[in-house]
Design a protein around this ligand. Structure first.
Ligand SMILES: Nc1nc2c(ncn2[C@@H]2O[C@H](COP(=O)(O)OP(=O)(O)OP(=O)(O)O)[C@@H](O)[C@H]2O)c(=O)[nH]1
Ligand SMILES: [Mg+2]
Length: 312
Protein backbone atom coordinates (compact mmCIF):
# COMPACT_ATOMS: atom_id res chain seq x y z
CA UNK A 1 0.00 0.00 0.00
CA UNK A 2 1.37 3.40 -0.82
CA UNK A 3 -0.04 6.38 0.99
CA UNK A 4 -0.66 9.63 -0.76
CA UNK A 5 -1.76 11.96 1.97
CA UNK A 6 0.13 15.20 1.95
CA UNK A 7 -2.57 17.87 2.08
CA UNK A 8 -1.86 21.55 1.46
CA UNK A 9 -1.66 22.45 5.15
CA UNK A 10 1.21 19.96 5.64
CA UNK A 11 3.14 21.47 2.76
CA UNK A 12 2.56 24.92 4.27
CA UNK A 13 3.48 23.66 7.75
CA UNK A 14 6.78 22.27 6.45
CA UNK A 15 7.61 25.65 4.90
CA UNK A 16 6.71 27.44 8.14
CA UNK A 17 8.89 25.07 10.14
CA UNK A 18 11.87 25.87 7.92
CA UNK A 19 11.16 29.59 8.38
CA UNK A 20 10.89 29.34 12.18
CA UNK A 21 13.91 27.10 12.61
CA UNK A 22 16.65 29.77 12.88
CA UNK A 23 15.01 31.09 16.08
CA UNK A 24 14.35 27.64 17.57
CA UNK A 25 16.70 26.60 20.41
CA UNK A 26 15.53 23.06 20.96
CA UNK A 27 13.37 20.55 19.12
CA UNK A 28 10.92 18.21 20.80
CA UNK A 29 9.89 15.43 18.46
CA UNK A 30 6.86 13.47 19.62
CA UNK A 31 6.88 9.87 18.39
CA UNK A 32 4.33 7.11 18.69
CA UNK A 33 5.85 4.50 21.03
CA UNK A 34 4.14 1.74 19.04
CA UNK A 35 6.01 2.77 15.87
CA UNK A 36 9.05 4.89 16.79
CA UNK A 37 10.76 4.22 13.44
CA UNK A 38 7.74 4.69 11.18
CA UNK A 39 6.63 7.80 13.09
CA UNK A 40 10.06 9.45 12.68
CA UNK A 41 9.66 11.97 9.89
CA UNK A 42 12.84 12.02 7.73
CA UNK A 43 12.09 15.65 6.82
CA UNK A 44 12.18 16.64 10.52
CA UNK A 45 15.32 14.55 11.07
CA UNK A 46 17.14 16.29 8.23
CA UNK A 47 15.96 19.71 9.38
CA UNK A 48 16.94 19.44 13.02
CA UNK A 49 20.40 17.88 13.02
CA UNK A 50 22.05 20.98 14.50
CA UNK A 51 19.65 21.51 17.44
CA UNK A 52 19.43 19.63 20.72
CA UNK A 53 16.55 17.22 20.38
CA UNK A 54 14.27 15.49 22.86
CA UNK A 55 12.42 12.51 21.45
CA UNK A 56 9.28 11.80 23.43
CA UNK A 57 7.89 8.33 22.91
CA UNK A 58 4.22 8.92 23.68
CA UNK A 59 1.26 6.53 24.03
CA UNK A 60 3.34 4.08 26.05
CA UNK A 61 0.06 2.87 27.55
CA UNK A 62 -0.44 1.16 24.17
CA UNK A 63 3.14 -0.08 23.59
CA UNK A 64 5.28 -2.87 25.01
CA UNK A 65 7.48 -1.36 27.76
CA UNK A 66 10.50 -3.55 26.99
CA UNK A 67 10.57 -2.53 23.31
CA UNK A 68 10.04 1.14 24.23
CA UNK A 69 13.19 0.86 26.37
CA UNK A 70 15.09 -0.61 23.38
CA UNK A 71 13.99 2.33 21.26
CA UNK A 72 15.13 4.83 23.88
CA UNK A 73 18.57 3.19 23.97
CA UNK A 74 18.68 3.27 20.19
CA UNK A 75 17.82 6.97 19.90
CA UNK A 76 20.14 8.03 22.71
CA UNK A 77 23.08 6.82 20.62
CA UNK A 78 22.34 9.72 18.25
CA UNK A 79 24.14 13.04 18.78
CA UNK A 80 22.38 15.72 20.83
CA UNK A 81 19.47 13.43 21.57
CA UNK A 82 17.68 12.56 24.78
CA UNK A 83 14.47 10.57 25.14
CA UNK A 84 11.56 10.11 27.52
CA UNK A 85 8.74 7.58 27.50
CA UNK A 86 5.33 9.15 28.11
CA UNK A 87 1.71 8.29 28.63
CA UNK A 88 0.06 11.68 28.31
CA UNK A 89 -3.38 10.11 28.50
CA UNK A 90 -2.89 8.97 32.08
CA UNK A 91 -0.02 10.90 33.65
CA UNK A 92 1.47 14.36 33.96
CA UNK A 93 5.20 14.30 33.20
CA UNK A 94 5.40 18.13 32.79
CA UNK A 95 7.94 18.68 35.61
CA UNK A 96 10.39 16.11 34.20
CA UNK A 97 10.04 17.42 30.64
CA UNK A 98 10.55 21.04 31.70
CA UNK A 99 13.61 20.02 33.72
CA UNK A 100 15.05 18.21 30.69
CA UNK A 101 14.36 21.19 28.39
CA UNK A 102 16.14 23.51 30.85
CA UNK A 103 19.07 21.10 31.10
CA UNK A 104 19.54 20.84 27.33
CA UNK A 105 18.70 24.41 26.36
CA UNK A 106 21.65 26.26 24.87
CA UNK A 107 20.03 29.61 25.88
CA UNK A 108 21.74 31.78 28.49
CA UNK A 109 19.95 32.35 31.82
CA UNK A 110 17.23 34.92 31.64
CA UNK A 111 16.51 34.36 27.95
CA UNK A 112 13.50 32.42 26.69
CA UNK A 113 14.09 29.00 25.15
CA UNK A 114 12.01 28.57 21.99
CA UNK A 115 11.00 24.91 21.77
CA UNK A 116 9.51 23.60 18.54
CA UNK A 117 7.13 20.70 19.14
CA UNK A 118 7.06 18.54 16.04
CA UNK A 119 5.86 15.12 14.95
CA UNK A 120 3.60 13.28 12.59
CA UNK A 121 -0.21 13.64 12.90
CA UNK A 122 -2.06 12.32 15.96
CA UNK A 123 0.97 11.45 18.14
CA UNK A 124 0.00 13.83 20.96
CA UNK A 125 1.79 17.13 20.25
CA UNK A 126 -1.14 19.28 21.34
CA UNK A 127 -1.75 17.00 24.35
CA UNK A 128 1.88 17.64 25.31
CA UNK A 129 1.43 21.42 24.96
CA UNK A 130 -1.66 21.30 27.20
CA UNK A 131 0.19 19.18 29.74
CA UNK A 132 3.16 21.57 29.84
CA UNK A 133 0.91 24.62 29.99
CA UNK A 134 -1.24 23.07 32.72
CA UNK A 135 -4.40 24.05 30.88
CA UNK A 136 -6.32 23.25 27.72
CA UNK A 137 -5.01 25.72 25.17
CA UNK A 138 -4.36 23.53 22.12
CA UNK A 139 -7.16 21.64 20.41
CA UNK A 140 -6.70 17.87 20.54
CA UNK A 141 -8.65 15.08 18.89
CA UNK A 142 -8.62 11.41 18.13
CA UNK A 143 -7.99 11.86 14.42
CA UNK A 144 -5.02 13.06 12.41
CA UNK A 145 -4.56 16.69 11.30
CA UNK A 146 -6.42 18.45 14.12
CA UNK A 147 -3.85 21.26 14.34
CA UNK A 148 -3.63 23.12 11.03
CA UNK A 149 -1.34 26.08 11.83
CA UNK A 150 1.55 27.07 14.10
CA UNK A 151 0.78 28.47 17.54
CA UNK A 152 3.15 30.00 20.13
CA UNK A 153 2.53 29.35 23.81
CA UNK A 154 4.47 31.19 26.49
CA UNK A 155 4.81 28.94 29.55
CA UNK A 156 6.06 31.99 31.56
CA UNK A 157 8.89 29.94 33.03
CA UNK A 158 11.51 30.82 30.43
CA UNK A 159 10.09 28.39 27.86
CA UNK A 160 8.16 29.36 24.75
CA UNK A 161 6.51 26.49 22.87
CA UNK A 162 5.77 26.34 19.19
CA UNK A 163 2.92 23.89 18.47
CA UNK A 164 3.05 22.73 14.86
CA UNK A 165 0.63 20.75 12.70
CA UNK A 166 1.45 17.07 12.35
CA UNK A 167 3.30 16.52 9.10
CA UNK A 168 4.01 13.46 7.03
CA UNK A 169 6.32 13.51 4.05
CA UNK A 170 5.31 13.53 0.38
CA UNK A 171 6.51 10.00 -0.40
CA UNK A 172 6.35 7.31 2.26
CA UNK A 173 8.62 4.78 0.60
CA UNK A 174 8.62 2.00 3.17
CA UNK A 175 5.46 -0.05 2.52
CA UNK A 176 5.58 -1.52 6.05
CA UNK A 177 5.88 1.99 7.43
CA UNK A 178 2.76 3.08 5.51
CA UNK A 179 0.79 0.21 6.95
CA UNK A 180 1.98 0.89 10.48
CA UNK A 181 1.08 4.57 10.19
CA UNK A 182 -2.38 3.64 8.97
CA UNK A 183 -2.83 0.97 11.65
CA UNK A 184 -2.01 3.35 14.49
CA UNK A 185 -4.16 6.23 13.20
CA UNK A 186 -1.67 8.70 11.74
CA UNK A 187 -3.32 8.66 8.30
CA UNK A 188 -6.71 10.16 7.61
CA UNK A 189 -9.41 7.47 7.20
CA UNK A 190 -10.27 8.71 3.74
CA UNK A 191 -6.69 8.10 2.52
CA UNK A 192 -6.65 4.40 3.44
CA UNK A 193 -8.66 1.23 2.97
CA UNK A 194 -9.62 -0.37 6.29
CA UNK A 195 -9.61 -3.92 4.92
CA UNK A 196 -6.16 -3.52 3.40
CA UNK A 197 -4.80 -2.18 6.69
CA UNK A 198 -6.63 -4.85 8.72
CA UNK A 199 -4.98 -7.59 6.62
CA UNK A 200 -1.56 -6.14 7.43
CA UNK A 201 -2.36 -5.85 11.16
CA UNK A 202 -3.91 -9.33 11.28
CA UNK A 203 -0.84 -10.85 9.63
CA UNK A 204 1.47 -9.08 12.08
CA UNK A 205 -0.53 -10.08 15.15
CA UNK A 206 -0.80 -13.70 14.03
CA UNK A 207 2.99 -13.83 13.84
CA UNK A 208 3.95 -11.61 16.80
CA UNK A 209 1.06 -11.82 19.28
CA UNK A 210 -0.82 -15.11 18.70
CA UNK A 211 -1.69 -15.49 22.39
CA UNK A 212 -3.34 -12.09 22.57
CA UNK A 213 -5.56 -13.11 19.68
CA UNK A 214 -6.36 -16.43 21.36
CA UNK A 215 -7.32 -14.66 24.59
CA UNK A 216 -9.46 -12.02 22.91
CA UNK A 217 -11.25 -14.11 20.30
CA UNK A 218 -11.26 -17.44 22.12
CA UNK A 219 -10.43 -19.78 19.24
CA UNK A 220 -9.20 -23.33 19.77
CA UNK A 221 -6.86 -23.23 16.82
CA UNK A 222 -4.97 -20.22 15.57
CA UNK A 223 -6.33 -19.08 12.18
CA UNK A 224 -4.00 -19.89 9.30
CA UNK A 225 -4.32 -16.60 7.47
CA UNK A 226 -5.32 -12.96 8.05
CA UNK A 227 -8.49 -13.57 6.02
CA UNK A 228 -9.46 -16.51 8.22
CA UNK A 229 -8.84 -14.43 11.36
CA UNK A 230 -11.02 -11.57 10.08
CA UNK A 231 -13.73 -14.02 9.03
CA UNK A 232 -13.81 -15.56 12.51
CA UNK A 233 -14.01 -12.14 14.18
CA UNK A 234 -16.66 -11.07 11.65
CA UNK A 235 -18.80 -14.11 12.43
CA UNK A 236 -18.42 -13.49 16.20
CA UNK A 237 -19.45 -9.86 15.82
CA UNK A 238 -22.33 -10.49 13.43
CA UNK A 239 -20.68 -8.57 10.59
CA UNK A 240 -22.53 -10.53 7.94
CA UNK A 241 -23.87 -9.65 4.53
CA UNK A 242 -26.93 -11.19 2.90
CA UNK A 243 -26.16 -14.87 2.26
CA UNK A 244 -24.04 -15.14 5.42
CA UNK A 245 -20.77 -13.85 3.93
CA UNK A 246 -18.60 -11.83 6.31
CA UNK A 247 -18.62 -8.09 5.67
CA UNK A 248 -14.85 -7.55 5.51
CA UNK A 249 -15.05 -3.76 5.47
CA UNK A 250 -17.10 -3.71 8.69
CA UNK A 251 -15.06 -6.29 10.57
CA UNK A 252 -11.83 -4.60 9.46
CA UNK A 253 -13.00 -1.28 10.91
CA UNK A 254 -13.93 -2.94 14.22
CA UNK A 255 -10.62 -4.83 14.38
CA UNK A 256 -8.49 -1.74 13.69
CA UNK A 257 -10.44 0.41 16.16
CA UNK A 258 -10.04 -2.21 18.91
CA UNK A 259 -6.34 -2.42 18.18
CA UNK A 260 -5.96 1.37 18.29
CA UNK A 261 -7.87 1.58 21.56
CA UNK A 262 -5.55 -0.96 23.23
CA UNK A 263 -8.29 -3.58 23.69
CA UNK A 264 -5.85 -6.23 22.39
CA UNK A 265 -3.25 -5.13 24.96
CA UNK A 266 0.07 -3.31 24.61
CA UNK A 267 1.35 -3.88 21.10
CA UNK A 268 4.48 -2.52 19.44
CA UNK A 269 4.77 -2.87 15.68
CA UNK A 270 8.51 -2.55 15.23
CA UNK A 271 11.78 -2.96 17.13
CA UNK A 272 15.11 -1.28 16.28
CA UNK A 273 16.16 -4.51 14.54
CA UNK A 274 13.83 -3.85 11.58
CA UNK A 275 15.60 -0.62 10.58
CA UNK A 276 18.51 -2.02 8.56
CA UNK A 277 16.45 -4.53 6.62
CA UNK A 278 13.67 -2.08 5.83
CA UNK A 279 16.10 0.65 4.80
CA UNK A 280 17.69 -1.84 2.38
CA UNK A 281 14.23 -2.68 1.01
CA UNK A 282 13.54 1.03 0.51
CA UNK A 283 16.82 1.42 -1.40
CA UNK A 284 15.80 -1.51 -3.60
CA UNK A 285 12.35 -0.02 -4.25
CA UNK A 286 13.97 3.32 -5.13
CA UNK A 287 16.50 1.65 -7.48
CA UNK A 288 13.71 -0.31 -9.24
CA UNK A 289 11.67 2.86 -9.62
CA UNK A 290 14.67 4.74 -11.05
CA UNK A 291 15.32 1.87 -13.49
CA UNK A 292 11.67 1.87 -14.65
CA UNK A 293 11.79 5.63 -15.14
CA UNK A 294 15.04 5.33 -17.14
CA UNK A 295 13.47 2.69 -19.40
CA UNK A 296 10.35 4.84 -19.84
CA UNK A 297 12.44 7.84 -20.89
CA UNK A 298 14.52 5.72 -23.28
CA UNK A 299 11.38 4.30 -24.89
CA UNK A 300 9.88 7.78 -25.24
CA UNK A 301 13.11 9.03 -26.86
CA UNK A 302 13.13 6.09 -29.32
CA UNK A 303 9.47 6.75 -30.20
CA UNK A 304 10.23 10.43 -30.82
CA UNK A 305 13.22 9.55 -33.01
CA UNK A 306 11.12 7.10 -35.04
CA UNK A 307 8.31 9.61 -35.51
CA UNK A 308 10.85 12.21 -36.65
CA UNK A 309 12.49 9.90 -39.21
CA UNK A 310 9.00 8.84 -40.49
CA UNK A 311 8.15 12.50 -41.10
CA UNK A 312 11.29 13.00 -43.25
N1 LIG B 1 -3.74 6.22 24.42
C1 LIG B 1 -3.16 7.41 24.43
N2 LIG B 1 -3.74 8.41 23.74
C2 LIG B 1 -3.13 9.62 23.76
C3 LIG B 1 -1.94 9.87 24.48
N3 LIG B 1 -1.58 11.16 24.28
C4 LIG B 1 -2.52 11.70 23.48
N4 LIG B 1 -3.47 10.79 23.17
C5 LIG B 1 -4.66 10.94 22.32
O1 LIG B 1 -4.23 10.97 20.95
C6 LIG B 1 -5.08 11.81 20.17
C7 LIG B 1 -4.23 12.83 19.41
O2 LIG B 1 -3.69 13.76 20.33
P1 LIG B 1 -3.30 15.24 19.86
O3 LIG B 1 -2.61 15.89 21.03
O4 LIG B 1 -4.47 15.95 19.26
O5 LIG B 1 -2.26 14.89 18.72
P2 LIG B 1 -1.47 15.89 17.75
O6 LIG B 1 -0.12 15.30 17.58
O7 LIG B 1 -1.53 17.28 18.23
O8 LIG B 1 -2.32 15.69 16.41
P3 LIG B 1 -2.42 16.66 15.11
O9 LIG B 1 -2.64 18.05 15.57
O10 LIG B 1 -3.60 16.06 14.40
O11 LIG B 1 -1.15 16.45 14.37
C8 LIG B 1 -6.06 12.44 21.17
O12 LIG B 1 -7.26 11.70 21.13
C9 LIG B 1 -5.38 12.29 22.51
O13 LIG B 1 -6.28 12.22 23.59
C10 LIG B 1 -1.35 8.78 25.22
O14 LIG B 1 -0.30 8.86 25.88
N5 LIG B 1 -2.01 7.59 25.14
MG1 LIG C 1 -2.30 18.96 17.33
Amino acid sequence: MSIHWYPGHMHKASREMIESLPLVNLVVEVLDARIPFSSSNPFIQALCTEKPCIKLLNKTDLAEPEVTRQWQDHFELQDNTKTMALDLQNSDPSKQIIALINKLSPQKEGRNTLVMVTGIPNVGKSSLINCLAGKHIAKTGDEPAVTKGQQRINLRNGIMLLDTPGILWPKIENPQGSYRLATTGAIKDTAMEYDDVAFFAAEYLLAAYPNRLRERFKFDQLPESPLQLLEIIGAQRGCLRAGGRVDLERVSTIFINELRAGILGKITFESPEVIDLEMQQVQLIKAEKAEREKLRLEKAATRRKKAKSNRK
